[in-house]
Design a protein. Structure first.
Length: 382
């Protein structure tokens, strides 16, 4: 890989998690066995598919403008089109993600949210006029995002969750379509600053640029990377190595305000599992993703009941929330190694259906749930 490809692979692994990032993407053609490339980098997270081509200036006598037109616009766009055609044509393409797990990327054909992205690394002195060009408009595949690699790097520094990056890409396209000419006269920094202020893409406001200097990242409040790392390392697999992916996908779709609530409840579950008396589970439901989360602290003296507690309370929370999906987690101290905690997860994905028994249980005030509150967060970046 080139230096730029390595940087983007590392960035995307951190933002989108290794489970959903692919940078080893060669495969063999069916007929000729010729080695083909399925994009330089791919992010595949449930219904989201991001296809990246990465171009790095490597000497040569051509001008920056000629290099940009030949390599970034002509060649990279052609490669993205080829990648999309491979998805349509081939019955199977197995590529390896950054966790070392092999998956059939053809299943991403069903993705409802596909985006094409070109990231380029030119020489110094690259014209500002070209750097400010936000998109290539293809009559075949629509808008293709164009990013100078330094701009993409800083976007990933400010927006460090998959949900936020994807939301920014949608916003970027919307603001560009509002006024193409003016958009291409503005630096990427303005687009990011505008996004941090408001998602309304029907105006331009110079004062928004101050958001980049005034923005407080407060990453510790919503950073769950250690939870995910430990989870992926300690998961006890039942059937196959990627069985835990839906749980991480459900967490990866949360924005920073939702992740803050997730992390708070997870931490409380660890803390309260020390308490001998019964502690009500902590809960949350995200309408945007139609997914519930329930966090169950359990004292070690009751640890033998963890399976029943996890299954029953997860299903009850899913039912009461009328959610399609639900993630449950139970936490208790390890009896044999008191400095450690046991953490078990459950994931359910099935259509909600009316259930007489569940209705009866809730009327009788069981299961023991605390009252939930609805929070409206207009701007998670302020």
């Amino acid at each position: 890989m080139t230096k730029s490809e390595k940087i983007i692979a590392e960035l995307n692994s951190n933002v989108f998690f290794k489970e959903f990032t692919f940078s080893k993407n060669d495969f063999k053609a069916l007929d000729s066995k010729q080695e083909l490339e399925f994009a330089d980098n791919v992010v595949w997270l449930d219904e989201l598919l991001l296809i990246y081509q990465i171009k790095e200036r490597e000497g040569g006598s051509s001008t920056e403008r000629n290099w940009f037109e030949n390599k970034v616009i002509n060649k990279a766009v052609k490669q993205i089109k080829s990648t999309l055609s491979y998805i349509s044509y081939y019955p199977e393409i197995v590529i390896e993600n950054e966790k070392g797990h092999k998956l059939d990327i053809i299943r991403a054909k069903a993705c409802t949210d596909k985006k094409s992205i070109i990231i380029y690394s030119p020489n110094e002195g690259f014209p500002d006029e070209l750097r400010r060009r936000k998109f290539y408009e293809s009559s075949q595949i629509g808008l293709i995002h164009l990013f100078h690699y330094e701009d993409y790097y800083w976007i990933c520094r400010f927006l460090i969750t998959p949900a936020e990056i994807n939301q920014y890409l949608d916003f970027r396209a919307e603001l560009f379509q509002y006024d193409r000419r003016y958009s291409n006269a503005l630096p990427e920094q303005y687009f990011l600053a505008h996004f941090l202020e408001t998602l309304n893409a029907d105006h331009f406001e110079p004062k928004y640029i101050s958001n980049l200097t005034n923005h407080k990242r407060d990453i510790d409040r919503f950073d769950v990377s250690k939870i995910i790392e430990n989870f992926a390392r300690n998961i006890k697999l039942v059937n196959h190595q990627t069985e835990y992916y839906p749980i991480i996908a459900a967490i990866a779709k949360l924005n920073r305000s939702e992740l803050t609530e997730f992390k708070l409840r997870f931490s409380l579950s660890i803390e309260k599992s020390e308490t001998a008396e019964f502690i009500f589970p902590y809960r949350m439901y995200i309408p945007r993703t139609d997914c519930g989360f329930i966090f169950i602290p359990l004292h070690s003296s009751k640890a033998h009941n963890w399976k029943n507690a996890l299954n029953n309370l997860t299903m009850a929370h899913k039912y009461e929330s009328k959610a399609r999906k639900c993630v449950g987690v139970v936490v208790f101290r390890d009896k044999s190694e008191l400095k450690y905690f046991e953490v078990y997860w459950q994931y359910v994905d099935e259509a909600w259906q009316f259930d007489k028994e569940m209705e009866k249980m809730f009327k009788e005030n069981y299961p023991p749930f605390r009252t939930t509150k609805t929070k409206q967060v207009d701007n998670p970046y302020k």
